[in-house]
Write a protein that binds this ligand. Structure first.
Ligand code: ADP
Ligand code: TRP
Length: 324
């Protein structure tokens, strides 16, 4: 069973990314053959500064490794280091109906937000299909927002297989409906596009500022409160031990508890939770040459699989015009 996923290096990682997707993927490493990559080519649809893209890519790789992706257990690489993905994108595009891409919600939403409707943005799902099909992935764990991209990938794979003969495994999306949406400091979904994130690796002062500004209601300290309706408690639950969660629920219901006190406790919990990861990240940041080597070795492993697929595809489409 091959599990594959990618993440764009287009901003700092936040608690939503960690609990929504990364934690599960890291835990998956021991159970399946995991392929994980940094989607730097996809990030080009929103990052128009070469230096920022390059720095963002290495930092995303370091963050992932610091949080527990183990390049010994998983195949871990940077998307652009396997050039066959671009070649496959072109092959796939010739059996992909324009109408399929025009129906993409993500494309329509991004344009509505004012992102330039460049051809790259329109082609985003074809490149994503190439990522998935090149490695003959069985399962793709993604957040709910990526559901349609996976449906498009399946359509593209089926159409290609029907046109040229069976080449690609048809992948399944793995969407965990139980993963709660992590709220941001304003109570909406935590997302870098809403500017409401608590970043995993921010400085303590910055983290404190964010946590102290989580929006709460104005129930006075002495009155009982409903933990189920509190954004601070929703985050507290992600970090505290089961006994501490029950105690905290009691304190909410009894009254006499101020939101400020819970926020202070939350800050310490979050900070301590990520301390070992922060230390590991610090080491990796000071050792980028080593990280580069690890990523190149990962790209070699990924490429071995990519080449197997692309050779089959070249024969099928006829771009390999001689017999070997
Ligand atoms: P953002 O919304 O900050 O741009 P991305 O779209 O880059 O985040 O998300 C990367 C991954 O993290 C996706 O799989 C997504 O489902 C997950 N994710 C992002 N925000 C949250 C959240 N608030 N709660 C749960 N999962 C999230
Ligand atoms: N589109 C994904 C996101 O924004 C990132 C991504 C690119 C991806 N290629 C992928 C995810 C292939 C899974 C499989 O989250």
């Amino acid at each position: 069973m091959r599990v594959l996923s990618g993440i764009q290096p287009s901003g700092s990682l936040h608690l939503g990314n960690f609990f929504g997707m990364m934690k599960k993927m890291i835990e998956n490493q021991d159970k399946s053959e995991l392929f994980v990559f940094i989607a730097n080519l996809h990030a080009m649809t929103s990052v128009y500064n070469g230096k920022n893209l390059a720095n963002g890519t290495i930092e995303a790789a370091i963050d992932f490794m610091a949080l527990g992706i183990d390049p010994e257990k998983s195949v871990f690489w940077v998307q652009s280091e396997v050039p066959e993905v671009n070649e496959l994108t072109w092959y796939l595009s010739n059996t992909t109906p324009v109408g399929l891409l025009e129906r993409s919600h993500s494309y329509k939403d991004k344009i509505a937000k004012g992102i330039a409707p460049n051809a790259g943005l329109f082609f985003y799902p074809v490149l994503m299909a190439a990522d998935i099909l090149l490695y003959q992935s069985d399962r793709v764990p993604v957040g709910k927002d990526q559901k349609q991209h996976l449906e498009i990938t399946r359509d593209i794979a089926i159409k290609f297989n029907n046109t040229y003969g069976e080449v690609f495994t048809i992948p399944e999306a793995e969407i965990d409906e139980n993963v709660a949406t992590v709220p941001g400091i304003d109570g909406q979904k935590m997302s870098k596009s809403y500017g409401n994130t608590i970043d995993i690796f921010s400085e303590k002062n910055e983290m404190k500022k964010k946590i102290m500004s989580i929006v709460t209601d104005s129930t006075p300290v002495e009155e009982p409160k409903d933990p189920g309706k509190c954004n601070v408690f929703a985050l507290y639950k992600l970090f505290a031990a089961p006994d501490a969660i029950t105690d905290m629920e009691d304190k909410y219901r009894k009254g006499g508890l101020g939101y400020g006190a819970v926020k202070k406790e939350l800050l310490e919990l979050v900070w301590n939770y990520f301390t070992p990861y922060r230390e590991r990240r610090h080491e990796l940041m000071n050792n980028k040459a080593e990280v580069r080597k690890i990523l190149l070795a990962g790209a070699d492993k990924a490429r071995y699989h990519a080449v197997k697929t692309i050779r089959k595809v070249r024969k099928k489409v006829g771009s390999q015009y001689f017999k070997d």
